[in-house]
Each structure stands twice: as C-alpha cells, then as structure tokens.
Write a protein that binds this ligand. Structure first.
Ligand code: NAD
Length: 400
C-alpha cells in the first residue's frame, strides 16, 4: 500500500444494508452537535437500538433522546470503550475534544489526546466483532500548503498527502484515519471515514469559545442587535474563505458513506465557497441589520482558503450536500436567537419572587411577581451588565 488514498481499496466487498433492521448502533459524542442529530436519524432509519455515549453530564447534552440507551462515559479509557460497543453491530465515532479555530489553535495537546478514543474504540470494536465502524475526520487533515490562497482550488482527497495537516487536531485526525484503514485491511472490520468540512446548524455550540464561524456570527449579530451597539468583531480581514455544510446534509452523508461500498477517506462538505465577510452579509440579511465591521488581525484565523471538491462523492454516491448557505443559516439563526432569549429569561426569573403555581394564595403573589417582572424590565440596566444577557437591553423585549 502506498501512503496516499489507494485506488485499489476504493470499493469494498462489504454488503450494503438497506435499512437499520437487525442493527444496533453506538454513537459516541452523542451529547455533542452532530452526534445528537445522528441518534435521531438512526431511529428514523429503523435501527433496533441506539446507545448514545458522551463524557459530558446529561444536563449539558445538546439533545437527549429517551429512546436511546444514554451513557456518560469517558472514552479515552479502553474499558469505557468496551462497555460502549457491547452488543452493537455499528459504531459511529464522533467523540473528540474539538472546537472552532480559536479552540484548536490553543489546545493542540488536548486535541491530540482524542487519539485515545479512536484507538480504544477500534480495539474494542474488533474484539466485540462489530461489523461497521464510521470515523468522523476533518478537512483539517489537508496539507496547509494547498490552502494559502483565498481563491482556493477545492481540495481533493489526495491533497492530504504529502502530509502537513493542521497542527494538533489535524494530525490526530490523519493518524486515526490511517488506523481505521489498517484495522480494515488487517482485521477485516469495515471502516469508513468522512472528512467533514465545517458543519453548522441548530443544537450546536454557539458560545463559550468552542463555537465555529457560522454560529459565532449569528451570536455576534444578535448581541449587536440586543445591545444596540451596531458593530461586529471579525477574526482576520474577513477575506479568508470556507465552505459550510448544513447539519441535515452531514447526517445524510454519514449514513450514505457508512452503508456504502467506498471505504477510503472522502470529503463530506458543501462546495459553496464563501468568504467570512460574505457569511456576515448573509447573517446581516437574515437579521435585517447592517453592522460596522471591526477586524481583529491578531485573532486565530486558520488557513487562508478551503473548499470541498465533491467530484469523488458525486461519482461514488451520485449525491452531495445541497442545502444553500442562506437557507441553513436562516434556520441556525432562528435557533440561536431562541437559545439566547431563553437564557436571558432563565437568568432573570430565578432572581424574582415567582410563586409556586400550586398554592392557593398564588394569584395575589403571581400578580405581584408579574408586576415586579414588568418593573424590572422597565428599569435601566446597570453599568457592567452584559448586554447580551439582560432582557432590558433595547431590542430584546421587542423581538421576544
Ligand atoms: P461536539 O464538540 O459538539 O461533539 C463532540 C462530543 O464528543 C462532545 O459532546 C464531547 O463531550 C464528546 N467527547 C469528547 N471527548 C470525549 C471522551 N473522552 N469521551 C466521550 N465523549 C467525549 O463536536 P461536533 O461538531 O458534533 O463534531 C463531531 C465530530 O465531527 C468530531 O469528531 C469532530 O472532530 C468532527 N468534525 C466536526 C466538524 C464540525 O464542523 N462540527 C468539522 C470537522 C470534523
């Protein structure tokens, strides 16, 4: 075998299942963005059982499906991986310590430790006789020298070699891709690998430092509207280019690749290339606002240009991600707006004397509470209040 994608292993002889009948899946990273959507999709596909595993406590899962067997386990350990794959036919490994550019540029060691998850999961899956193993790789595996121009030529799968991946996160993904390949070649377990290009959509990270550009832009535009400070901070000069894939396309792609015959790493991304400035244009248009742009040239910005070449996925599957950026961003914006409003309401309410809904004397105190909520909302915000977190800031109540 040579060191690049190998044409001889393009198609496998593993059978293609028609649906989820007789299949039992585990989704790792199920408390995260993509994993949460995948759990639901597997039930829709007719999988007989789905186990959902994540190291985060349940309260922090983006989605929680009661139909699944939900487990909190840290999959860096082999025993946790063995527990996760007990009785399953299909493994979907989406667990990784990751985030947007700000996170991966500053947490290289943490990102590389995700190698423990995929290594122990592959070992456990092999021992348990798992039939199919899906691994979520990333466009960060691509050679940085091929991404220096904003008018980038889209990346084809062979551009990962000679290897010069994104430091930390990308190298871990590239190593784990190869580990999947060798488990397939040496042990006969069907492994498939998709290289995701920037996935976005509802039920994902939108603040806290791990969020990616689409969610960050929605939040920043909303914060500007809510605070009345009509400016936005953009990392870099905004001319760096990317493509962004809507979550529904990502899930459909995962299911197609996992069940298909193609077993080498393959791009799973949108080919609609936009600059970060154009992404901001889209969000401004959705929000019906125009903001002053403030460029932070010292912020992490990643490679200059990156796009997904979809020739291979079209050839192999007759399909590629199709949701337009405008449509996907409109749905994402609506979801993040709802989350921000809810967070503000949650923050304000506990501080107020809300009555118990079940007490006899509730109506009088309820009226008092409503009055105090109104009084609170009508009061002036104090210096030091965070604009996006307080419903008294102009725009928030009107848009609620
Ligand atoms: P996410 O951060 O929302 O979800 C990952 C989940 O993995 C988190 O909930 C986290 O708690 C969990 N996890 C981390 N370490 C764990 C451990 N030791 N044991 C158990 N769970 C652990 O990320 P996502 O966007 O849903 O990404 C899913 C996968 O897709 C990841 O492997 C990621 O690298 C890959 N990917 C995502 C994108 C993207 O744009 N979202 C792009 C390329 C690749």
């Amino acid at each position: 075998m040579n060191s690049t994608n190998d044409a001889s292993s393009k198609s496998s002889s593993f059978p293609t299942p028609a649906n989820g009948r007789g299949r039992h899946a585990v989704v790792t990273g199920a408390g995260g963005f993509i994993g949460g959507h995948l759990v639901k999709a597997l039930f829709e596909r007719g999988y007989e059982s789905v186990r959902a595993v994540d190291k985060k406590p349940f309260a922090q899962w983006y989605q929680f499906d009661e139909r699944a067997e939900n487990l909190v386990l840290d999959l860096e350990g082999k025993e946790a991986c063995e527990r996760s794959v007990e009785g399953v036919t299909d493994v979907f490994n989406l667990a990784a310590d990751m985030g947007g550019m700000g996170f991966i540029e500053n947490n290289k060691a943490l990102c590389m430790l995700s190698v423990l998850i995929n290594t122990h999961l592959l070992m456990a899956a092999k021992d348990a006789g798992v039939q199919r193993f899906f691994y979520s790789s990333s466009a960060c595996v691509y050679n940085a020298d091929k991404q220096t121009d904003a008018a980038v030529t889209a990346l084809v799968e062979s551009d990962a070699y000679p290897a010069m991946a994104e430091d930390g996160y990308g190298w871990e993904k590239l190593f784990s891709e190869r580990m999947c390949r060798h488990f397939r070649e040496d042990f006969g377990m069907k492994t498939t690998v998709a290289r995701f290009h920037n996935v976005y959509g509802p039920h994902g990270t939108w603040d806290g430092g791990r969020e990616k550009a689409p969610a960050a832009m929605c939040r920043k535009v909303l914060e500007a509207q809510m605070s009345g400070d009509l400016s936005i901070n953009i990392w870099g000069d905004g001319e760096q280019t990317r493509s962004f894939m809507y979550i529904d396309d990502c899930i459909e792609g995962i299911l197609r690749i996992h069940d298909g015959h193609f077993v080498d790493p393959i791009n799973l991304g949108s080919s609609e290339l936009v600059s970060i400035n154009q992404l901001v244009d889209v969000v401004e248009d959705i929000a019906s606002v125009k903001l002053e742009r403030d460029y932070d040239l010292s912020a992490p910005k990643g490679v200059r240009g990156r796009n997904s070449d979809n020739t291979l996925i079209l050839e192999e599957f007759g399909w590629e991600p199709r949701t337009s950026l405008r449509d996907g961003m409109a749905r994402t914006f609506a979801w993040i707006r709802g989350e921000m409003l809810q967070r503000n309401i949650d923050r304000v309410q506990p501080a107020l004397p809300f009555p118990s809904a079940t007490t006899e004397a509730s109506s009088e105190s309820e009226n008092a509470s409503v009055a105090s909520v109104d009084a609170y909302l009508a009061s002036e915000p104090k210096a030091g209040d965070f604009p996006g977190s307080d419903p008294r800031w102009k725009g928030l109540r009107d848009s609620a």
